[in-house]
Design a protein around this ligand. Structure first.
Ligand code: NI
Length: 135
């Protein structure tokens, strides 16, 4: 098994809140992130696909296809969006880095035609990232 990784970037805004919390609780739990006007991040996502090398091509999968898939399924959906309001998955779920990584997995896993999705690594800032392995 060999693993290949493709990276993409997108910018999006979000805020955190729990509708079951009072405004005070939301402020206490989520701090500055609870401002409903939102704030932005420049996200970097790394998608890692594992599989055997196809002897005919010497590749696990065509990395150009993986780039196109990432652009179509993730970047188009999330880039320059207010995640809470514009991405249906986050209408009632906080768009945390954790939940975003899981959502990106769900978007990509069923569309891969070669290889198997191994990991989604999502950076919210240069010094903070989340890894998701599908479970
Ligand atoms: Ni944030």
């Amino acid at each position: 098994m060999i693993y290949v990784t493709r990276r993409a970037e997108f910018s999006a805004s979000h805020y955190y809140h729990n509708p079951k919390f009072s405004p005070e609780q939301n402020r206490r739990v989520f701090g500055k992130c609870s401002n409903p006007l939102g704030h932005g991040h420049n996200y970097t996502v790394e998608v890692t696909v594992g599989g055997p090398i196809d002897p005919a091509t010497g590749m696990v999968l065509d990395l150009k296809d993986l780039k196109t898939l990432l652009e179509q399924e993730v970047v188009e959906l999330m880039d320059h969006k207010f995640l809470n309001k514009e991405v249906p998955a986050f209408a009632e779920k906080n768009p945390t880095t954790e939940n975003l990584a899981i959502e990106i997995w769900k978007l990509l896993a069923p569309k891969l035609v070669q290889g198997k999705l191994h990991r989604i690594r999502l950076y919210e800032t240069a010094d903070l990232f989340v890894d998701y392995y599908g479970e």
